[in-house]
Design a protein around this ligand. Structure first.
Ligand code: UDX
Ligand code: UDX
Ligand code: ADP
Length: 476
């Protein structure tokens, strides 16, 4: 029998839970979607018009479903009353964080599933009617099995639970677009009749906007592994390009030309081939660590070493870039002023988790640089938290956080671009919102370097302004 879904609950109101719930609510006006979190400040922010995360188009989608209109009733709710939301729900998404463990077995590599377990325990204790539980968070292989064990052990005996894996593939900065036009929706389930029935129930929620051909179903374990694999292979792909960028810098080949030529091979494809200062974000590193740890626990040390090497190279890429800055500035940064443009791990997000900017700024500060920093979306307190809390003494006096790019670049010896925000680009067409590099060049001090860690500037145009330019994977 098909389950009837009147109410959906989402546990975890973060980067995944928030946008996903907003889109499901927007596309299923007859279903009530309640998003819960233990963090009260986050929930009040979701109820306001200053959402806790920045995503292009998110506020409009949230408002449509949350506030309703003449033509639709509100069906998106935010609350800290997790028990009530679980009690009322027929289907529960679990979208809590699963960060890398900071202590205990597998420290620094395995994913912490404590938040997930705590959410599952709450479900087991509260549920009095049958529920479908959907893993949205990226989890270690086999987690659905563990969830079933917990539910069997402590759940209400009369209540039937079905556990599905439905990993989210959205990328930050394009979350709405990715949710509305997904490459695929992946649902993993048991192959039992009730597993398949639960799977069909979840499929129906997506079918209101996603074509059937894009909804694929697999075994639970395949679905869990596919999510880890997708992130690991994307991170590895960027690392492939970044490793080639080092060869380009040493020889005179141009990484953009190489990436373009390689990406035209249909079997390889053109996306995710931009050389950079290194990848960041909450997923790639965490998931590659998790995959390597899983391999190790399965007694596959060669496989673990293979994936670990991707992360080692990513650290190397960040360090290599920082060292290049120091070398170009005559091997000392003492008394030098450096502007940092961009602190988020990519454009169109205010998120700084694992941002390459953190370790690069730290390396420059360690060499004695004075840093002026500008990012259009990262809150000031977040930059302080990332740099000062993790940094050594004296960090605070050596950083100034600025309101504009011009302020940051005033009177500096070098400008370093760490996030590919459009406003920092001077490539054609030049739009009004972009910064005026001529104005910047006039206020800079010798040796007037631009280190572009994202290759978003046209070097020839900058050189015309008297700037020295260093790009990733090019020797200009
Ligand atoms: C390869 C490149 O594909 C081609 O573009 C280049 O010009 C020469 O090298 P080739 O070696 O002839 O061509 O065959 P290819 O189809 O790439 O297969 C190479 C090996 O990989 C084979 O042993 C094949 O069995 C194996 N392979 C291929 C896999 O194991 N899995 C795959 O998905 C594809
Ligand atoms: C990633 C996956 O893309 C997404 O499918 C998954 O659900 C979560 O993890 P996200 O981390 O939000 O998404 O952003 P992504 O666009 O993948 O970028 C990750 C990092 O790689 C960023 O630091 C980005 O700047 C960097 N990157 C990306 C490159 O260095 N080069 C590229 O070509 C693409
Ligand atoms: P992601 O990027 O995976 O969405 P976030 O950290 O942005 O991760 O969001 C996860 C959210 O889950 C956080 O807001 C956190 O407070 C919330 N959370 C963690 N554990 C629980 C729990 N047991 N119950 C409810 N919410 C939780």
């Amino acid at each position: 029998p098909l389950w009837k879904v009147r109410n959906v609950c989402c546990i975890g109101a973060g980067y995944v839970g928030g946008p996903t719930s907003a889109v499901i609510a927007s596309k299923n006006p007859s279903v009530g979607v309640t998003v819960t979190d233990i963090n009260e400040r986050r929930i009040s922010a979701w109820k306001s018009n200053r959402l806790p995360i920045f995503e292009p188009g998110l506020l409009e989608t949230v408002q449509e479903a949350r506030d309703g209109s003449a033509s639709r009733r509100p069906n998106l709710f935010f609350t800290t009353d997790i028990e009530a939301a679980i009690g009322a729900a027929d289907l529960i998404f679990v979208a809590v964080n699963t960060p890398t463990k900071t202590s205990g077995r597998g420290v620094g590599r395995a994913s912490e599933t404590g938040f997930l377990e705590s959410a599952i325990r709450t479900i087991a204790e509260v549920a009095e009617t049958d529920k479908i539980i959907v893993e949205k968070s990226t989890v270690p292989l086999g987690t659905a099995g563990l969830i079933r064990e917990i539910l069997d052990a402590i759940g209400n005996p009369g209540v039937h639970f079905e556990v599905l894996s439905n990993p989210e593939f959205l990328a930050e900065g394009t979350a709405l677009k990715d949710l509305l036009l997904p490459d695929r929706i992946l649902i993993g389930s048991l192959s039992s009749p009730s597993g398949i029935s639960a799977c069909d129930t979840l499929r129906n929620l997506y079918s209101t906007w996603v074509p059937q051909s894009k909804i694929i179903t697999t075994h639970l374990l395949s679905s869990e592994l596919a999510k880890l694999a997708a992130n690991a292979m994307l991170g590895q792909r960027i690392t492939n390009v970044n490793s080639l960028s080092a060869i380009c810098e040493a020889t005179g080949a141009n990484i953009e030309e190489v990436s373009n030529a390689v990406g035209l091979d249909f079997r390889i494809g053109p996306k995710m081939l931009n050389a950079s200062v290194g990848f960041g974000g909450s997923c790639f590193k965490k998931d590659i660590l998790s995959l390597a740890y899983i391999a190790e626990t399965l007694h596959l040390p060669e496989i673990a070493a293979y994936w670990t090497s991707v992360l080692e190279l990513n650290e190397y890429q960040k360090d290599r870039f920082a060292q290049r800055i120091v070398r170009c500035l005559y091997s000392t940064l003492t008394n030098k002023k450096i502007a940092i443009l961009g602190f988020a791990f990519k454009k169109n997000t205010g998120d700084t988790r694992e941002s390459p900017a953190i370790s690069i700024c730290q390396a420059l500060l360690d060499e004695g640089a004075q840093i002026t920093l500008y990012d259009p979306k990262v809150p000031k307190h977040q930059i302080w938290a990332d740099l000062v809390c993790n940094g050594g003494e004296g960090t605070e006096e050596n950083i100034t956080i600025c309101e504009t790019a011009y302020q940051a670049c005033h009177d500096v010896n070098a400008v370093v671009i760490l996030t590919e925000w459009d406003e920092f680009s001077n490539r054609q067409p030049v739009e009004p919102a972009r910064m005026d590099w001529e104005r910047v060049a006039k206020t800079m001090r010798q040796p007037r370097y631009v280190f572009d860690g994202r290759n978003i500037t046209d070097a020839v145009e900058l050189q015309k302004l008297g700037l020295r330019v260093e790009h990733i994977g090019k020797s200009l």
